[in-house]
Design a protein around this ligand. Structure first.
Ligand code: SF4
Ligand code: SF4
Ligand code: SF4
Length: 346
């Protein structure tokens, strides 16, 4: 971590988030579309058509787009990443509050919704995370509340009910005496206070120059999980990952278009082809399921894992094209793939 801190000792770079378009869900495919960053940005910085560059002069560096991006392709601003990485050095009990609170205890952020769930999980697994949500009851920003609810929900799914209870404390203070306004807000507080009523229903998702990249929080979490897995045999986490059905023959279109580069298809050996996944790179975005021409990617589902590093997802039945070695379905009689057959015809 100290290496990261050295590198981001804020050099002269613009203090705004940095989207990496190559990892954006909308890039390279049209089956799944995303507008999370545009929807959450209070300043309208992002162009909805994605044709003109973001208006960074309007950006207030709140960081909400970083937490909202489902494919984790927006890197935090230098100031935010520096603050977060300093916080990440700490272990034990960490109290997080936002600026709206009367008593700003512990580490204070502008808004707790700007902390991605992976970062919250990283902090929680270092000891205990205490979230002071008392100010949320009076906060006029419904969008932030929704985003925070989403992050806490994903955090709970990742840690599991037991892990969440052991590592996270959500503090509402004198909540029972508070006059509440809307149903959704009451539901939110209840869900968070009493262990997540929706939890079972959910099926969900280096340093570059002088700034960190967009997957920094995921890699931090993966490294913390690795440490824990080494020391505690019982440790497990839950991630949402795709699953290949029996029809999959490893054509690789999903691996090619996966925004996070989470999937890898290995070489064919004796009629089998291995499909690997790196869970900390998979955000559960569903692009792989949407782009598979043969419908071979099943539901994106929750899987219990001992770590977040590369694992064999499954071995699929496959043959190789006689000419180029590309995968062909074992159920077909042809010995050449579509591309080689077209070339031969020409
Ligand atoms: S940091 Fe805040 S203001 Fe800037 S682009 Fe992201 S959401 Fe918009
Ligand atoms: S939130 Fe992320 S994936 Fe979605 S449009 Fe914005 S940059 Fe792309
Ligand atoms: S493996 Fe599938 S669900 Fe996971 S990031 Fe890649 S495209 Fe999205």
């Amino acid at each position: 971590m100290s290496l990261l801190l050295d590198v981001i000792k804020t050099n002269a770079v613009d203090d705004h988030p940095f989207p990496s378009l190559s990892h954006c869900i909308n890039r390279n495919q049209k089956h799944v579309t995303c507008s999370a960053c545009m929807d959450v940005c209070p300043k309208g910085v992002y162009d909805r058509e994605q044709k003109t560059p973001p208006k960074w002069n309007e950006c207030q560096s709140c960081g909400l787009c970083v937490a909202a991006c489902p494919s984790r392709c927006i890197a935090p601003s230098p100031a935010n990443s520096k603050r977060h990485l300093l916080l990440a050095e700490r272990t034990g009990e960490i109290v997080l509050s936002c600026r709206r609170g009367e008593k700003q205890a512990g580490h204070v952020e502008e808004c707790l919704a700007l902390l991605p769930w992976e970062f919250l999980a990283y902090l929680a697994l270092g000891g205990k995370l205490i979230l002071n949500l008392k100010p949320c009851k009076d906060c006029p920003h419904e969008d932030c509340l929704e985003l925070l609810e989403d992050q806490l929900y994903k955090l709970k799914c990742f840690l599991g009910e037991e892990g969440y209870a052991a590592h996270v404390q959500v503090c509402f203070d004198d909540l029972p005496n508070v006059k509440e306004e809307g149903v959704s807000r009451r539901d939110f507080f209840r869900a968070m206070a009493h262990g997540g009523q929706k939890a079972t229903a959910l099926v969900i998702n280096d340093v570059a120059g002088s700034r960190v990249d967009a997957m920094i929080y995921r890699r931090m979490l993966a490294s913390r999980v690795r440490e824990l897995a080494k020391n505690r045999t019982e440790f497990s986490c839950t991630m949402t990952l795709p699953w290949m059905t029996d029809e999959c023959f490893g054509c690789g279109i999903c691996a090619l278009l996966c925004p996070g580069g989470a999937l890898e298809i290995g070489e064919e050996q004796a009629g089998k082809r291995p499909v690997f996944i790196t869970p900390h790179k998979c955000t559960g975005c569903g692009v792989c399921k949407a782009v598979c021409r043969d419908g071979c990617v099943g539901e994106i589902c929750m899987m219990k894992l001992p770590h977040m590093d590369r694992v064999l997802l499954r071995q699929v039945e496959s043959r190789s094209c006689e000419r180029c070695g590309r995968a062909i379905s074992p159920g077909k009689e042809e010995t050449l793939c579509i591309a080689c057959r077209q070339k031969r015809r020409k």
